[in-house]
Design a protein around this ligand. Structure first.
Ligand SMILES: Cc1cc(C(=O)O[C@@H]2C[C@H]3CC[C@]2(C)C3(C)C)ccc1N
Length: 228
């Protein structure tokens, strides 16, 4: 069963996860703006920028994160930003968006200058996350676990990160057994999504490069988090 400490940790993570959402005006624009490649790219840039802001706020609220070495905090954020952003957008895409928004966002992503070779794995990932029907607690914990990956580049004190990540993996494991008693392999399937996520890093880097060479403008925050 879940201990008192685990319940407290869970509440903190879910509260942090819920605290910050993509502002309504950004998602509202999805339906209003017209459908040029340029317009779609600008919308995706707004979405990505606000996703990164939401990610930074969530990360700061992960218990123990702000006590890590400051350089390591930056290394974890930069190293996990793509995965955490795709995980959250997959969850929003498959769960929360009002009917019609999903199709519109999909259409805009498909017509924004992102090459087909990235679009396919992206929507396959969205689909595989959607099929899991994760509850909010699982989504929040999985996102925190992704951020607290000790072997990101330039992390110096990996043990300190492991000490934060381990209790969350244990808690997620317990949650999965409680939430999906009829599916003993559910926890393993969740962790399998993290492996799939890592493959998206490569495609994302390609996507940035192809936009760059076509002289697309990024926001300062996106330039900073992805060193572009
Ligand atoms: C530098 C830069 C990056 C992105 C991005 O990663 O977008 C992600 C791809 C899809 C998955 C998450 C995104 C925000 C998405 C929903 C558009 C979008 C615009 C931009 N100027």
């Amino acid at each position: 069963a879940i201990t008192k400490e685990q319940d407290a940790l869970m509440k903190l993570i879910v509260e942090a996860y819920n605290k910050h959402q993509i502002p309504q005006d950004v998602t509202k624009k999805l339906l209003q703006e017209q459908y040029s490649t340029e317009e779609n790219f600008l919308l995706l840039t707004e979405i990505a920028t606000s996703q990164v802001q939401v990610l930074v706020e969530f990360t700061k609220n992960i218990p123990g994160f702000l006590s890590l070495d400051h350089e390591d905090q930056i290394a974890l954020l930069k190293g996990s930003a793509v995965e955490a952003m795709f995980l959250r957008s997959a969850q929003v895409f498959s769960r929360k968006m009002p009917k019609g928004h999903t199709e519109v966002l999909e259409e805009r992503i498909r017509k924004s200058g992102i090459s087909e070779e990235f679009i396919t794995p992206l929507f396959n990932f969205y689909k595989s996350v959607g099929e899991l029907h994760m509850v909010l607690e699982e989504q929040a914990l999985l996102t925190a676990i992704t951020i607290l990956t000790p072997d990101r580049p330039y992390v110096r004190d990996q043990q300190a990160v492991e000490r934060l990540q381990e209790p969350m993996v244990e808690l997620l494991k317990k949650l999965c057994v409680l939430q999906h008693p009829q599916e003993p392999q559910y926890f393993a399937r969740l962790l399998g999504r993290l492996t799939e996520l890592r493959t998206l890093n490569h495609y994302h880097a390609e996507m940035l490069t192809s936009w760059r060479v076509n002289d697309h403008k990024f926001t300062p925050l996106l330039c900073e988090i992805w060193d572009v």
